[in-house]
Design a binder for this molecule. Structure first.
Ligand code: FES
Length: 143
């Protein structure tokens, strides 16, 4: 039986920021062909600050918990600060994930990057340090 932390359970049972944002500044969709899970992240950016973030995740419990935590963590942050939020940051904030579920947090990181990338494209800007996201994380981070 897999052990999940209380925080993972809490964010799985009562996820924050579920839904979509109309006229979002950026939208990122990333999937993982291996498990079939898909995550969609919406962000609203105003004056370089992420004012709002929402998600829709068609995936496992850990994917939902990491989407919930990742969107919580980026709200109110600058784009550069949001870029520093990695899957490790999200996992730490959730008090860890079982090893077989680490890839779920990579999905959250990549979906967030995809939303930032979309925002940059729409506004014709370059976000320093942001690499073009993949739409399938299967070949990423050795997941
Ligand atoms: Fe695929 Fe969790 S099992 S994201």
């Amino acid at each position: 039986m897999m052990e999940y932390s209380d925080k993972v359970m809490e964010h799985f049972m009562n996820p924050k920021n579920v839904g979509e944002i109309e006229n979002a500044s950026g939208i990122g969709t990333v999937g993982n062909a291996k498990c079939g899970d898909i995550m969609k992240v919406y962000i609203t950016v105003e004056n370089g600050i992420i004012k709002d973030a929402k998600f829709k995740t068609f995936g496992c419990g850990a994917a939902i918990a990491t989407s919930s935590m990742a969107t919580e963590l980026i709200k109110g942050k600058t784009i550069q600060q949001a870029l520093e939020i990695t899957n490790k940051t999200v996992m730490e904030a959730l008090d860890g994930l079982p090893p077989v579920k680490v890839h779920c947090s990579c999905l959250a990181e990549e979906a967030l990057h995809a939303a930032l990338w979309d925002y940059a494209q729409k506004n014709n800007i370059v976000i320093e340090g942001l690499k073009k996201p993949v739409d399938d994380i299967e070949h990423l981070h050795n997941v």
